[in-house]
Ligand binder design. Structure first.
Ligand SMILES: Cc1cc2nc3c(=O)[nH]c(=O)nc-3n(C[C@H](O)[C@H](O)[C@H](O)COP(=O)(O)OP(=O)(O)OC[C@H]3O[C@@H](n4cnc5c(N)ncnc54)[C@H](O)[C@@H]3O)c2cc1C
Length: 421
């Protein structure tokens, strides 16, 4: 039998909305998928971004992979990932059909013995779902991937692939006639008399006023006092565009392992990505190109042979920042009223098991959708759908326990229970 939901997930103080109008800060994949999901429900949506065009920051790489993170275990992360890739593979169908990116399939090559064992167990667990994932042995890998790979076993996800994220963002806004307003939002103030959020720039000029507001600006939501508490990290990554060789041009699938490589498009492969924690530059670094090439070689010696020895001086690429969370899950839902929550749930500090029946207090009609980590293309369509359901008072298409695992309040409750806040 399922446990009753803890009271902090219920909203004690909902403020009735008059207009079906929503403003979203951030025109990356998180903001644009949400904008489209709300527009489809009849909302009047405006997206605000500091750039004039959508998809200019993390969601701006040439090729992004819809990649999986399954497990043979029933943990929350792989369950959410499974729901996300399932949803995403349908969501992107129209983009793939229109020629954006490719649903070429994703092959995951295990990079060590443990992952190899996991692959076997995952293959066994999903044996009745070959449309989702199938375990492939070496003798079939070459025909599938296009080049000789040396892995003994790999997982193939036939319904996944790659997309150009910025074009997807732009298409979502265009197809749904959603305006993009260029402004750098510095501060959010709630105007009680009008039940509205006022968005201000750094000159204290009003950028917009909106009854319902969604913060979808990745790590930069830390600049707003309302979402500063979120334990986010800004994690730099660089991809390398590798010139295709005669052999590597035969690659038919996205191949992932230590890193990933896409099939060649316009004569080059996207290959990545690095993880640099304390580096905050978007300048390309030769050492990161080297690291990406080394990752490919570590993934499979067959890949290294196909790619040859690229001239480091000629390589191009792109660097930007992921917004990651401590539990590797995205954040999607209403923004808690921190001082009120700290007061209402103070007893958790003394005893984490205290049962408190007081529902949670939340900021009026303020939501957040961020923390997509390395898998924004996989997670964003699902979190957008969940949040749109929540804003529109519909039942979400996901079990409550999974929605709660992505809820913005989870960090606050966790810290209270650990007596850290
Ligand atoms: C090198 C690299 C490779 C990656 N590869 C993959 C991959 O293969 N597959 C995958 O799924 N994911 C990948 N990711 C992760 C993926 O890019 C992110 O998860 C995703 O793009 C996050 O989307 P977002 O909308 O949350 O953030 P963003 O795309 O960064 O969007 C946030 C937007 O908010 C705007 N903004 C910020 N602050 C303000 C403000 N104050 N006012 C107005 N606007 C503001 C920004 O301009 C930006 O457009 C990769 C990331 C990197 C860095």
């Amino acid at each position: 039998m399922s446990q009753p939901s803890p009271a902090w997930f219920q909203i004690a103080n909902p403020v009735a909305r008059i207009a079906k109008t929503v403003t979203i800060i951030g025109a990356g994949i998180a903001g644009c998928t949400l904008a489209a999901a709300l527009k489809k429900r009849g909302y009047n949506v405006t997206v605000i971004d500091r750039h004039a065009t959508a998809g200019q920051e993390a969601s701006g790489n040439a090729q992004g992979i819809v990649y999986p993170k399954l497990s043979h275990r029933d943990d929350l992360l792989p369950r959410i990932n499974l729901a996300a890739i399932h949803f995403a593979s349908h969501y992107y169908q129209s983009f793939w059909n229109s020629g954006l990116g490719s649903q070429c399939g994703v092959v995951v090559v295990p990079e060590n013995q443990k992952i190899r064992d996991d692959c076997i167990l995952i293959g066994e667990r999903f044996v009745d779902q070959p449309g989702l994932v199938e375990a492939i042995t070496r003798e079939h890998l070459e025909a599938l991937s296009g080049i000789p790979l040396h892995a003994e076993i790999a997982l193939h996800f036939p319904s996944l692939g790659w997309l150009p994220p910025a074009q997807v963002c732009q298409q979502l806004l265009l197809d749904n006639q959603i305006p993009l307003l260029q402004a750098d939002v510095a501060e959010l103030q709630y105007r009680e008399s009008e039940n509205s959020w006022q968005l201000l720039d750094d000159q204290q000029q009003t950028v917009a006023i909106s009854e319902t507001l969604v913060i979808a600006n990745a790590f930069d939501c830390k600049q707003f006092i309302q979402t500063r508490y979120l334990p986010l990290r800004k994690l730099r990554g660089q991809i390398t565009q590798l010139p295709a060789t005669a052999q590597s041009s035969k690659i038919k699938k996205v191949i992932c392992g230590e890193g990933y490589i896409t099939p060649a498009t316009n004569g080059s492969h996207s290959c990545g990505a690095t993880y640099n924690k304390d580096l905050f530059t978007t300048e390309l670094r030769e050492q990161d190109h080297r690291a990406n090439i080394a990752q490919m070689a570590a993934t499979d010696s067959g890949l290294a042979a196909a790619l040859g020895e690229p001239d480091l001086q000629q390589l191009t690429g792109r660097a930007n920042f992921r917004c990651t969370t401590s539990d590797y899950l995205p954040i999607s839902g209403p923004v808690p009223d921190i001082p009120a929550m700290l007061e209402d749930y103070a007893a958790l500090r003394r005893d984490a098991k205290t049962v408190i029946e007081t529902p949670g207090r939340y900021l009026p009609n303020l939501f957040v959708n961020c923390g997509m980590g390395s898998r924004g293309l996989s997670y964003a369509p699902l979190t957008a759908e969940l949040l749109a359901c929540q804003i529109d008072n519909q039942a979400p298409p996901l079990e409550p326990v999974l929605c709660q695992a992505m809820h913005p309040v989870r960090f606050l409750i966790r810290d209270l229970k650990r007596n850290r806040i």
